[in-house]
Design a protein around this ligand. Structure first.
Ligand SMILES: N[C@@H](CCC(=O)N[C@@H](CS)C(=O)NCC(=O)O)C(=O)O
Length: 251
C-alpha cells in the first residue's frame, strides 16, 4: 500500500512520524510542505487534510492526522523494532509523558518559537498578502496564532507564562531522566521520539536553564537520541537552519 507523509521540518509535530518511520525502517514518499510559504493552506493539501495542519500520513486510502496517534499507528501497522514497551506500567509511563509533552510542555515551547522564529520570518512580506493568507487558514485557533506571530501580538503575560511553563517542564524532565534512562524507563520508545522533537533545541533557546551543569541528564539523553542512525537520517531531511542546529548535539 502506498505510504505518503506530508510534513514540514523534522521538528515539533512533523518530526514525530518522520523519526518513528525511520526507527521502524519503513520507506515512505516524503511530501515536504513549506509552512512559512503557507503550503499547508493550499487547496492541494486541504484536499488531504481539510484542517490545514501538518503532519498527515496517507496509507492506502486512510488519512491519519495528529502526530502522536500517527506514531502509534506507525508502530502498530508496520514491521520493525517495537517502539512501545510491552510492560503495562512502562507503556502507561510512556503515554503519561506523551500527554504531558503534547498538552503542557509543547504548546509553551511552540509559542516561544512562533514568537522568535515564525513571526519574524514572514512579517516583512506584503501586508495585504499576509492578511489574505491568514484569512484562508481553516482553523480559528491557527488563524489566531498566525495573526499574533506575524503582527507581534503575543501579550507579555502569555509569553511570560510560556517561559515559566517551559522552565518548569525542563525541571520535571531532568528529575525524570535522573532516575530513568529513557522516558518509559529502560526502553527507548515513542515517548523519547516525542520528547526529542520538543526538546532538542532547548539548550539553545534556554541556555541558562538547560545545559550540562544544570540539566546533565537531559543533555545526555538528547545526545544519546541524536547518536541513533534514524535520528541523524531524519534531521538530515531538514531544509532550514532550524533543523541543522541539531548538530550541536554531536559528540
Ligand atoms: N496536534 C497536532 C498539531 C498539528 C499542528 O498544528 N502542526 C503545526 C506545525 S508544527 C501546523 O500545522 N501549523 C500550520 C499552521 O498553523 O498553519 C499534531 O500533533 O499533529
Amino acid at each position: 500500500m502506498a505510504l505518503t507523509l506530508y510534513h514540514w521540518e523534522p521538528n515539533a509535530n512533523s518530526g514525530k512520524p518522520m523519526l518513528a518511520l525511520a526507527e521502524k525502517g519503513v520507506d515512505y514518499d516524503s511530501h515536504y510542505l513549506d509552512l512559512l510559504s503557507f503550503d499547508q493552506h493550499k487547496p492541494e493539501y486541504l484536499a488531504v487534510n481539510p484542517e490545514g495542519t501538518i503532519p498527515a500520513l496517507v496509507h492506502g486510502d486512510r488519512v491519519l492526522t495528529e502526530s502522536t496517534p500517527i506514531m502509534e499507528y506507525v508502530d502498530e501497522a508496520f514491521d520493525g523494532p517495537s517502539l512501545r514497551p510491552q510492560d503495562p506500567a512502562a507503556r502507561w509511563r510512556m503515554r503519561w509523558w506523551m500527554r504531558y509533552f503534547d498538552a503542557y510542555f509543547a504548546p509553551s515551547v511552540s509559542m516561544l518559537g512562533w514568537n522568535v522564529f515564525v513571526g519574524p520570518s514572514v512579517r516583512q512580506r506584503d501586508q495585504e498578502q499576509l492578511a489574505n493568507a491568514i484569512d484562508r487558514i481553516p482553523l480559528e485557533s491557527r488563524r489566531i496564532a498566525w495573526r499574533k506571530a506575524i503582527f507581534n501580538q503575543f501579550s507579555q503575560e502569555e509569553l511570560d507564562e510560556s517561559i515559566r511553563r517551559t522552565r518548569a517542564g525542563i525541571e520535571v524532565l531532568e528529575t525524570h531522566l535522573a532516575a530513568n534512562r529513557w522516558i518509559a524507563g529502560d526502553e527507548y520508545s515513542l515517548g523519547d521520539i516525542n520528547g526529542f522533537n520538543l526538546a532538542y533545541a532547548l539548550p539553545l533557546s534556554q541556555p541558562d536553564h538547560c545545559n550540562d551543569d544544570k540539566t546533565p541528564h537531559i543533555l545526555a539523553w538528547l545526545r544519546a537520541i541524536y547518536r541513533r542512525p534514524a535520528t541523524k537520517e531524519t534531521w538530515a531531511k531538514g531544509k532550514t537552519d532550524m533543523a541543522s542546529r541539531v548538530t550541536f548535539l554531536e559528540g
